[in-house]
Write a protein that binds this ligand. Structure first.
Ligand code: C5P
Length: 226
C-alpha cells in the first residue's frame, strides 16, 4: 500500500481554507477540480501548494492533441502529482497528454465515462451498454499505456482485471456511519483499497464535517489499521 491513499476534494470555492489549515500534507493529496479552479483560477493552485500539498488536478482535459498538450504543459510550475483527461479524446490525444504530463512530472489519469450517464444515455452516445463502454475505454487505457484511470468503486474489479499495474482513483467512498448525500453507489475505504483502488477521492465526509481533522483521521485509521 502506498503512503498517501486519500485525496481530499476541495469542491467549495468559498469554504476551503480550514481544510488547508487542519489537514496534513504528509497524509493526503488535495483535489482541485473544475468548480474551485473555474472560480479562483491559478491562485488556488498556488495556495494549495503553499500549504505543502500535492495536487490531483481533476480538470478532465478533452480537446485536440495539440491543445491538450499545450494546456497541460502550461501547468509545469505547480506540484501537480496527478491530472485527468477524458479517454474518449482518443488514442492520439491520450498519447499527447501522456507525453506532456511526463514533461511536467505528473501522472496522466483517464476518465472512462461519466458515472452520471445512465444506460439509455450510454446507448445514445456509444451505441452500447455502460459496462461495454467502460471496458472498451479501459482497453484504450491499456493500449496507450496511460498511467491510470478514474473508476467508480463498482468498476474496480473490471479495472483490476484489465489494468493490472495501473493507478486506480475511486470516488464514492463513505464510512458506513457518515451522512447520506447524493452519492448512490458507495463503498467503504478499506473495501475499495482491498479491491485495488490506489487512491480514494473523498470530499464532503471530511470537508463538510464540523471537525475536519478528526473526520479525516477516522478514515485514515480505517485504512491503515491492521
Ligand atoms: O463529496 P464527495 O465525497 O461525494 O466528493 C467526491 C468527489 O469525487 C467530488 O469532487 C466529485 O466531483 C468526484 N467524483 C465523483 N464521482 C465521479 C467522478 C468524480 O464523486 N464519478
Amino acid at each position: 500500500m502506498i503512503e498517501k491513499n486519500i485525496i481530499v476534494a476541495l469542491d467549495d470555492p468559498l469554504d476551503y481554507q480550514d481544510v488547508l489549515k487542519v489537514l496534513d500534507p504528509k497524509k493526503c493529496i488535495l483535489k482541485v477540480g473544475s468548480i474551485i479552479f473555474n472560480y479562483h483560477g491559478r491562485k488556488i493552485l498556488d495556495e494549495v501548494a503553499n500549504y505543502g500539498f500535492e495536487i490531483f488536478f481533476d480538470i478532465k482535459f478533452h480537446d485536440i492533441p495539440n491543445t491538450v498538450s499545450k494546456s497541460i504543459e502550461s501547468f509545469k510550475d505547480y506540484p501537480i502529482k496527478l491530472l485527468t483527461i477524458h479517454l474518449s479524446g482518443g488514442c492520439s490525444m491520450i498519447k499527447s497528454a501522456l507525453d506532456s504530463s511526463k514533461n511536467i512530472n505528473a501522472k496522466c489519469i483517464g476518465v472512462s465515462i461519466l458515472t452520471s450517464l445512465n444506460e439509455e444515455e450510454s446507448r445514445e452516445i456509444y451505441n452500447q451498454e455502460i459496462v461495454k463502454t467502460v471496458s472498451s475505454m479501459f482497453d484504450l487505457a491499456k493500449k496507450t499505456d496511460i498511467d491510470g484511470v478514474v473508476c467508480s468503486p463498482h468498476e474496480l474489479k473490471l479495472a483490476r482485471d484489465q489494468l493490472k499495474n495501473k493507478i486506480k482513483i475511486t470516488p464514492g467512498i463513505r464510512l458506513s456511519d457518515s451522512c447520506s448525500d447524493d452519492q448512490s453507489r458507495v463503498m467503504g475505504p478499506k473495501e475499495a483499497i482491498n479491491l485495488g483502488a490506489t487512491y480514494l477521492v473523498i470530499g464532503r465526509p471530511i470537508t463538510s464535517h464540523a471537525d475536519k481533522a478528526s473526520a479525516f483521521e477516522k478514515i485514515y485509521q480505517s485504512i491503515y489499521e491492521k
